[in-house]
Design a binder for this molecule. Sequence first.
Ligand code: NDP
Length: 453
Amino acid sequence: MKNKIQTTNPYNNKVLEEYNLHSEKEVANCLEIATNCFNTWKHTAISKRTLLLNTLGDILNENKEKYSRLMTLEMGKPITQSRAEIEKCISLCDFYEANAEEFLADEMIETEAEESFISYDPLGTILAVMPWNYPFWQVLRFAIPTITAGNTALLKHASNVTGCAIAIQELFEKAGYPKGCFQTLLVNHETIESVIAHESVKAVSLTGSEKAGKSIAQTAGKYLKKCVLELGGNNACIILDDADLDKYMDTIVNARMQNTGQSCIAAKRFIVTEGIHNDFVKRFKSKIEALHYDNPINEATTIATLAREDLADDLQRQVDDAISKGAEVIIGNTRNKSYFEATLLTNANQEMAVFKEETFGPVAPIFKVRNLDEALELAGNSKFGLGTMLFSEDIETASKKVIDINDGAFFINELVKSDPRLPFGGTKTSGYGRELSQEGIREFINTKTVYIN
Ligand code: NDP
């Protein structure tokens, strides 16, 4: 079994750093520290917990360049997008600083009792298994509400962003959180079962692939621990004949190409009605031509390499499959190691891997349909259920379709995005549970009934 992790810059394949995995003894020590910390942290007034969020936000701001650079070096995100990620994390701190106390306040319920109410109590230590695509955001999206609710957190981050994992632990320490509130574990998959099994670990949250989700959910089930899963997506982006492409084309292209296409909520299936199809293809192509591929550390770069070479291998397989089944390449489809050129495919159909599977990179397949009903049928024909986007000027008709969308989100004239104020999560094989908003802070909570006679 390997006992080291090596991080590599995907743009030039240069080794960045090597880390030792934690020994069994070190993991046991982290668990003990997290347990002890929970026993005092849960008694800390919520007002004190939210105050720390303010400091956390300040430190993120002061270190924006350092953290952004680290993300870009480890997983290849264009530097301007790394900065935007840190800014989003700051807005997350602001949101829970302003609202956590209200979200967690006792809720009085009138019954025959003298007094009865719901108390939102923390659970204990919560394990997070997180991915590399948004190395700071994905972790903080879990950790900020979970810790503010009075829990302690352990992180097993994706191994290719180990530097970020360590930086996030330091961030919590610098902000003045008690030792053990947030700890990073440098462990392999095999060690995770013993962490989930530990009596202090009450739940686990995973963001990642369906395969990883199944494995973690099975282990969590074995030990009867709660589990929140945010897995892949295959979001449909429906463009109707009356869509305002002058206004929304940038949004639509961004929905696919941001983070070089490596986002669970990206638009992955473009379902376009026939009246606007040709214009849409033409505009999409010219937007792709305007993307600037370069070293992600350069300011002008808008699209970069994928985070790992195997991700590009997978994308190539999916594109080759589409071409073999009749798809036409309008632009793109060249490849060099981790780099995969932004690619536009027309003539796509439901038999292709680009329809059935998640494409985690800058590939946009276009499916031509006759009308809204056909578009919705195609959109819903997916094992995933993260979100659907619809672009049309007829908001009234579009709004009536809310009930027909079986996903965790439905966005009209906007790309599916996460926002601290709104719940985030999926249905079907995209997972279960919700993050962010009031729903998110109440995921790792004991909703306790108190009855006083
Ligand atoms: P994974 O799901 O394998 O990795 C995500 C996290 O889960 C990492 O921390 C990984 O650790 C960990 N992990 C994976 N399997 C296990 C396990 N059995 N036990 C414990 N931890 C585990 O994603 P990949 O990086 O391999 O990406 C593959 C595909 O997953 C992508 O192409 C995309 O489709 C999807 N994905 C979806 C994401 C989303 O935001 N929903 C994010 C990332 C990927 P380690 O790094 O050590 O393997």
